[in-house]
Design a protein around this ligand. Structure first.
Ligand SMILES: C[S@@+](CC[C@H](N)C(=O)[O-])C[C@H]1O[C@@H](n2cnc3c(N)ncnc32)[C@H](O)[C@@H]1O
Length: 223
């Protein structure tokens, strides 16, 4: 089954993992947009190394696509519901590594091989999306992809605005709800202010400077 068909199947009968979080009763899960799942499905191939904060349809998708997947989530109940769903729907979950806990506690000590794709969709309160990016995205290989969901929320928007301005990340796709960037560097993300000359002035100016910087190198901004 191709990736788009997997998305179709999951959305037609999603895992009801978020009933404890008062998810909409018709689906029982806090979904993101179909386009976001399709973006992931188009890029994740069997054996891809993936990570996410939070759990949900995305987790089932990574597993159905055959990824070597690590999921950081604080709820054992959600993990149990997800594993039962996978068993009932013929989705292998033996490649799932669960790190039970809050991402801000787990990610700083997480040691795994370089990642191909990382979905940030756990806690959306300030500053957790930044913490998730800082400690999780450093594990991406050069050319790896980070996806941030719920960019309409201010703590996520701050990360997206920074990545939009930083020439070491290339925007791949976005809607009003999510955004995806390719990493053009590797290693740790910690740096001092003088390593971030693009990060001065207004955010609009920063984004314009970054666009000009990329355009000079003939890179396309969005595919
Ligand atoms: C919006 S839902 C994730 C939706 C999922 N990506 C999907 O496609 O269905 C948010 C998830 O983050 C989890 N979460 C909340 N706070 C967290 C934290 N500090 N660290 C990790 N996960 C967290 C919630 O329990 C929930 O599973």
């Amino acid at each position: 089954m191709d990736g788009r068909a997997v998305v179709e199947r999951l959305l037609a009968d999603p895992p009801r993992v978020h009933e404890e979080l008062h998810a909409p009763p018709d689906v029982g899960v806090w979904l993101t947009e179909r386009e976001c799942y399709e973006f992931i499905a188009d890029r994740v191939t069997p054996g891809a190394r993936t990570l996410e904060t939070g759990l949900g349809v995305s987790t089932a998708l990574f597993l159905a696509l055959g990824a070597d997947h690590t999921c950081v989530v604080p709820s054992q109940t959600q993990v149990d519901v997800l594993r039962r769903y996978c068993d009932d729907h013929g989705i292998a979950s033996n490649r799932l590594r669960v790190e039970l806990g809050r991402s801000e506690d787990v990610l700083p000590r997480l040691r795994i091989d370089a990642l191909d794709l990382y979905l940030i969709d756990g806690s959306h309160g300030f500053p957790t999306p930044m913490v998730d990016w800082f400690y999780g995205a450093r594990l991406l290989r050069r050319g790896g992809v980070v996806v941030l969901d719920d960019r309409q929320l201010p703590a996520v928007a701050a990360v997206v605005e920074f990545l939009d301005a930083d020439p070491r990340w290339r925007g791949l796709a976005h809607t009003d709800k999510w955004a995806a960037f390719e990493r053009l560097s590797e290693g740790v993300l910690a740096e001092d202010w003088y390593d971030q000359p693009f990060y001065s002035g207004s955010l609009g100016l920063r984004a314009a400077l970054a666009r000009a910087w990329r355009a000079r190198r003939g890179r396309r901004l969005f595919l």
